[in-house]
Design a protein around this ligand. Structure first.
Ligand code: APR
Length: 302
């Protein structure tokens, strides 16, 4: 980051330097990592914010500990808490992308977005217009679901949505055999009863202890190709995702848009921390880039 930027307060000065860097055309492969903090303005609570985070508000579901809601073993013995939460989080028209999501779509439209790694399961990046082939949903999403016993995909998405909206727990309907029904003795005809798997169906969201999608590992090398890294709205508490920002080459500037300092930010000379609301930080950067009107217009049209 050039040091000849006029001295203002650190984040202003360094945001201006980041904008200059982007305007210079030297930042062509921007890699972004996002977490729940970019969706809180859409009305979706994050996980760890003290008062408003999901983990502070799951007490009503009397879980052994909050993270149990995303724990596979707990889900197997009691899927109801997860499905109560799924009813709140299920993507649909209810939630609208934020200015931060709109900014990511703008980066993509300007051919500056190399890869977006998100931990979010709300699909708001897609809704904002980020091309799906640029998005790695590191913790999965509600887009697909499958039986946790036989792994059979539960193909009927409409039926899945209906179950979730009704707060019901969907069961695997794969036919696993036929039970010969005893005739009822008075000439009733033989009829086969279809026996079904009946296993619990779970959306393809990565639960604690589950492997991340292979696309995450296949594409994580993209971080080394980055010439600028943006990290937005994440506590960087959950690995392996939390390790992504450290994979950036030493000389690559890393910009954090977050309420609080997280991860290894501040340990590298070119780290820039824009601490505060991410939408406000993104708007400041858009102002410095001369993209503000374009950003607000794009966001209004979502
Ligand atoms: N602007 C900027 N930062 C914000 C905002 C906001 N409007 N709202 C919240 N934040 C910050 C919080 O201060 C926190 O540092 O975003 C971060 C959110 O952290 P978490 O709640 O831990 O969410 P996230 O990092 O996405 O969690 C990672 O944990 O439970 C698992 O799988 C789940 O994907 C999730 C993973």
């Amino acid at each position: 980051i050039s040091e000849d930027t006029p001295p203002q307060n650190l984040s202003e000065r360094s945001l201006a330097a980041v904008a200059d860097f982007i305007k210079s055309g030297r930042a062509r492969r921007i890699v972004v990592m996002t977490g729940a903090g970019i969706s809180t303005a859409a009305g979706i609570p994050d996980f760890r914010s003290p008062e408003t985070g999901l983990y502070a508000n799951l007490a009503a579901l009397n879980l052994p500990e909050p993270e149990a809601v995303f724990d596979l073993a707990f889900f197997q013995q009691n899927p109801r808490p997860f499905y109560a939460l799924a009813r709140e989080l299920y993507p649909g028209a209810r939630y609208r992308p934020t200015v931060s999501h709109a900014f990511l779509a703008l980066l993509a439209r300007k051919n500056l977005l190399h890869v977006l790694f998100t931990q979010n399961i709300d699909c708001l990046e897609r809704a904002a217009g980020v091309p799906p082939d640029r998005i790695i949903e590191a913790h999965g999403s509600f887009a697909t679901q499958r039986c946790i016993d036989c792994r059979e995909p539960f193909a009927d998405d409409a039926k899945m949505r209906e179950s979730v909206e009704r707060g019901e727990v969907p069961r695997c309907e794969r036919v696993v055999g036929r039970d010969e029904d005893e005739t009822d003795g008075i000439g009733g005809k033989e009829q086969d009863e279809e026996r079904r798997c009946g296993g619990l169906v779970k959306p393809d969201i990565v639960f604690f202890g589950e492997a991340l999608p292979k696309a995450f590992f296949e594409r994580s090398g993209a971080v080394q190709e980055a010439d600028l890294v943006l990290v937005m709205g994440t506590s960087l508490q959950v690995h392996p995702f939390a390790g992504l920002p450290n994979m950036a080459e030493e000389e690559v500037p890393r910009v954090l848009f977050n309420l609080e300092r997280v991860g290894s930010f501040g340990t590298r000379a070119d780290d820039v921390m824009v601490l505060g609301d991410c939408d406000a930080g993104v708007r400041k950067l858009a102002d410095a880039l001369g993209w503000r009107d374009e950003l607000e217009k794009a966001w209004r049209e979502l």
